[in-house]
Design a protein around this ligand. Structure first.
Ligand code: ATP
Ligand code: MG
Length: 325
């Protein structure tokens, strides 16, 4: 069985085929470097060991291991997060092949060619054994394939473009902005840019700071506030103090503006594209601004209903052919 894994810094996105049907699953990265006490032995144990180091999944921990630096890509906690996602996905534990990702800056060299040493390093990292507490049956990862972030997300659109056309793919994730300018039918890469300081984390960290002195929350909890920001009841329930709530809402607006401006500034580096696509968890935050800044007609601008899954679904289509056959 082959499973596609977009192992981003804040969430692991999975896609696979089951009886010809495409399935997806998302699992947030929130791990702490020790085991948790599981008083209710519900068979969902989330205590892991890798190379003698212990980790556990803990969605509420404000001290979760930082997964938002480039180093994370090759770290023990990344490998644990992939196993955790597989175990939560409902797929029967077994030997699997996986296709994982590296950010553009790690995957490509200055001539837009794959950096083989990084790809080898990533493969080794993902293949490491992860064991579960109590000798529970886990997954064994056999063959590992590595793809770059952002580019495969445009696979479908690129396939349909005419020879002279090209697509600008803007991938805004939790911590990184990956932009690639790719020629039709994936015939070549014109330009790429990656900024590991531009991500939805600009807003996430703003929320954490606004709450500092009142309560410490995890990045995952702060992300949830962003995702639910337009649901009044949800926000009021989480932030019952009106003044604090207002402060958080103001921060979110301010940081969203900063984030959008930074993304738009980055796009100045690119010219000559004919089509534009926004993907990644942060796509909805920037889509309008990107469309305006790039000035492409509506029928040449793409953003899906679930842009967080575009990369992993593009990876699947690239390697296994059209989604539902
Ligand atoms: N509907 C939404 N509106 C706004 N933000 C959202 C929404 N859904 C998810 N996000 C944000 O998107 C981010 C996660 O996106 P994504 O899963 O693409 O990141 P990632 O791939 O883990 O990170 P990276 O690509 O930077 O390594 C989170 O910070 C989350 O708050
Ligand atoms: Mg990503």
């Amino acid at each position: 069985m082959r499973i596609f894994v977009d192992d981003g810094s804040t969430n692991i996105k999975l896609a696979w085929k089951e009886n010809g049907e495409v399935k997806t699953f998302i699992s947030p990265n929130s791990f702490k470097p020790e085991w948790s006490l599981n008083l209710f032995d519900d068979g969902q144990s989330a205590n892991y060991e890798i190379e003698g180091e212990k980790f556990s999944f803990d969605p509420g921990s404000a001290d979760a291991v930082v997964t938002t630096e480039t180093r994370y890509q090759y770290s023990q906690v990344n490998t644990v997060a992939i196993h955790h996602a597989l175990l939560q996905s409902g797929i029967e534990p077994q030997v699997v092949d996986v296709v994982v990702t590296l950010p553009l800056s790690e995957y490509l060299n200055a001539d837009f060619q794959p950096k083989t040493e990084n790809i080898t390093r990533k493969k080794k990292s993902v293949k490491r054994d992860v064991t579960l507490q109590g000798n529970r049956q886990g997954f064994t990862i056999d063959k590992v394939t590595v793809l770059p972030e952002s580019i495969p997300a445009g696979f479908n659109v690129l396939t349909g473009l005419q020879d002279d056309d090209s697509l600008l793919i803007v991938d805004l994730g939790g911590t990184t902005l990956d932009v690639s300018h790719v020629r039709s039918k994936m015939s070549g890469i014109t330009n790429t840019w990656c900024d590991p300081k531009i991500g939805v984390s600009i807003i996430t960290n703003g929320i954490k700071n606004a709450l500092a002195g009142h309560t410490r929350i995890s990045s995952l909890q702060a992300d949830n506030i962003i995702v639910h920001r337009e649901e009044k009841d949800w926000i009021e329930h989480r932030l019952p103090d009106a003044r604090l709530r207002q402060a958080v809402m103001n921060t979110m607006e301010e940081k969203e503006r900063i984030l959008t401006n930074r993304v738009v500034d980055t796009l100045d580096r690119f010219t000559g594209y004919t089509h534009v696509m926004c993907v990644g968890g942060g796509a909805k935050l920037i889509a309008d601004a990107v469309k305006k800044a790039t000035n492409v007609p509506s029928d040449r601008f793409f953003t899906s209903n679930d842009p967080q899954f575009d990369l992993v679904l593009g990876m699947l289509e690239m390697k296994e052919g059209s989604a539902n056959d």
